[in-house]
Design a protein. Sequence first.
Length: 274
Amino acid sequence: MGILNAANNFLQGVSNITRGALGGSLAQPNVSLFGLNIPGVPLLNFRDVFIKSMETWVGAIPLRTQWIVLIDAFPLGLNTNILQSLEPIQGDKKGFDINRAKAFLTSYPAQSIVGCIFAQGVNIPDDTFNTSVAEIPNNRGFIPGRISGNRSEFSPLTIEFRETNSSFADVVIRPWVILASHAGLVARNKDNKPELDPRCNITVINYTRSYQKLSQIPRKIWNFYNCVPTGVGTRNLTYDAESAENCQTQWVYTHYTVSDNLYLPLPDIIDKLF
């Protein structure tokens, strides 16, 4: 039985119980709450229905700590030569000499096996649009209608990076912000100075538990397109007691998508492994 069929059968079962006992459906009951106590009519145990729903894949509660961040590419211009040509460098030109550290920080082990190993937190932006009331002169007691307005500007994508000796936030993201501020967000093709293209795509994958000794399964995937970092948080040096330091970064993007895993027959896949 596929996951969608399992969900449909469960909901259908609840609906049938309600229809037979109360004469209506779960979505459109035709009796009042007092009708649940009519003598001779089977009672619907809401607690059991709730617990049963949590036993299904679609109703199980996930862990908010199970996620990774994937950055699909880093700008070609994110290197020592270009950074030093954009920023005033004095003396022996050690400032913004990022090549060696960047080679490790953006390598396959640091970015692709379990996502960006330096990512400590992500704030998924909201999405809203404006509404207003239709102005009708002398509408008297009639309730004015609602009309839709503009969709709100996307809030920045916020990613928090853990500080380490190699400092991903200051060696990669901070120079990236500088490069983007000089290059701008103009459209570029592959022949128009591709080294100055600051855009990338970012994927945030939420995982959930599957079965003992099995890898976790992606349950929700966020894709953010044409992302550019626009800000790096301040650094706080202190003689207070040591604690883990994180750095917030803000990213703009042109659009995003979200997808789930309900197209996978997850119960069947797990059952066939045993």
